[in-house]
Design a protein around this ligand. Structure first.
Ligand SMILES: NC(=O)c1ccc[n+]([C@@H]2O[C@H](COP(=O)([O-])OP(=O)(O)OC[C@H]3O[C@@H](n4cnc5c(N)ncnc54)[C@H](OP(=O)(O)O)[C@@H]3O)[C@@H](O)[C@H]2O)c1
Length: 268
């Protein structure tokens, strides 16, 4: 099997994925192409990958990773159609584009080629992300090496295509909500008069540690919350305030608003 990866589009998400991939496979097997070439060059310098172009990647890479925005996908694939049609060896198209199905990618690419559809989130760049993925039936043989190659990105997990959009709301969009939680805690720490240089590292580690504790113990977040609160103590006062302001309900509403918008963008 051809195990080279070629990235077409090395922006925020493509770049984060290249950083993770280069920790797991040889950077000499990674090829980068970007409309603004300097971006691919800088990433190649950082990771040891090779700078290439869209056509060369379409001609020769086993895994053709499409890192362009959804609205750019059709025009990016159009000139590559004859190249893909002329290939005699096996290859797979890997898409990360929000709201574009495997079928749409096949239509844009001009053939029923194997497709892996992945949905990463930004923490993949630091090895703590989530990549959910699904694939077309004819891409099954490409999946094990794909999953292994991106394992340095964090949790790599298969899901049925019907849940990818919903999953994207949960893992792709929610880092922004976690950021807002940290923003609020930072403001709170400032209001208390905590030493400025300690605030950000303490708040960041607190959130990281809370997630790790939930993962390692396997305990439900609600059960963990109860353990932190002693009756008549100070934690419960903060929790009561959050409940009064419907903190959990507000987060849930944010997720639903994001999902609604995702469906609108898909034209549903
Ligand atoms: N950001 C996220 O959190 C996130 C999460 C999940 C999925 N995604 C998906 O990831 C994809 C990329 O998003 P992004 O946030 O990384 O966007 P981005 O930072 O704008 O990256 C897109 C890149 O594609 C390049 N490009 C555009 N047309 C091209 C072409 N014809 N050939 C080669 N390169 C081309 C752009 O080059 P220039 O430098 O010239 O602009 C840019 O660097 C999207 O499909 C998005 O849905 C993003």
């Amino acid at each position: 099997m051809n195990t080279t990866f070629g990235f077409i589009g090395t922006g925020n998400m493509g770049g984060a994925l290249v950083r993770a991939l280069s920790k797991q496979i040889s950077p000499s097997d990674i090829f980068l192409s970007n409309r603004t070439r300097a971006k691919a060059e800088a990433l190649a310098k950082e990771t040891g990958a090779q700078v290439s172009d869209n056509e060369s990647i379409a001609v020769s890479c086993g895994y053709i990773v499409l890192g362009v925005k959804p609205q750019m996908m059709e025009e990016t694939l159009a000139p590559l159609r004859p190249i893909l049609a002329a290939r005699k060896d096996a290859f797979v198209l890997v898409t990360m584009a929000a709201a574009l199905s495997c079928r749409t990618i096949q239509t844009y690419a001009g053939g029923e080629y194997p497709v892996i559809r992945m949905m990463p989130n930004t923490p993949v760049g630091v090895g703590e992300g989530v990549i959910m993925y699904c694939s077309t039936e004819n891409a099954r043989s490409f999946v094990p090496y794909f999953a292994k190659s991106f394992s340095a990105a964090g949790l790599v997990n298969e899901i049925s295509e019907e849940f990818i959009d919903a999953g994207c709301v949960i893992t792709g969009r929610a880092p922004a909500y976690a950021d807002m939680f940290m923003e609020g805690m930072i403001e709170g720490a400032r209001a208390i008069g905590f030493p400025e240089e300690k605030i950000v590292p303490f708040v960041e580690q607190m959130l990281l540690g809370s997630a790790k504790l939930a993962i390692k113990t396997g305990e439900d977040p609600a059960a963990l919350r109860v353990k932190v609160c002693s009756p008549g103590g100070s934690t419960i006062e903060g929790v009561k305030k959050l409940q009064e302001l419907d903190f959990c309900g507000t987060i849930k509403e944010a997720a639903l608003a994001s999902y609604k918008r995702t469906l609108e963008m898909k034209g549903k």
